[in-house]
Design a protein around this ligand. Structure first.
Ligand code: H2B
Length: 96
């Protein structure tokens, strides 16, 4: 099972994830897309990513605003899996 990250490790990781914020034992990012179709495109791409790494974000979709929340449920907090998927989500958002 992935090891929990320390507070310092989380802070360090977030310096490279400027669009993400820590909220307790999660990291959260909200993105505004051009419209609902684009929002669903991003969500579907992230769903494929999540399946490929077997690590899944909580996703909140409100028209063109999508919020991703990451935490490693099995570890009860933040692990490298969350940081890695956040980086991949940023790449996906950067490509739409
Ligand atoms: C059995 C399966 O590997 C686990 O339930 C996976 C699925 N996706 C997951 N996603 C997240 N965010 N945390 C987990 O602990 C997790 N565990």
């Amino acid at each position: 099972m992935a090891e929990l990250l320390t507070d310092q490790e989380i802070s360090d990781a977030l310096t490279k994830l400027p669009d993400w914020q820590r909220e307790g034992e999660s990291i959260v990012r909200t993105a505004e897309l051009a419209g609902f179709p684009q929002a669903m495109e991003v969500v579907n791409r992230v769903a494929e990513l999540a399946e490929s790494v077997n690590h899944h974000p909580d996703i909140d979709i409100r028209w063109r605003t999508v919020t991703f929340r990451l935490s490693t449920h099995s570890a009860g907090g933040l692990t490298v899996k969350d940081i890695s998927l956040a980086e991949q989500i940023d790449e996906t958002l950067g490509s739409v």
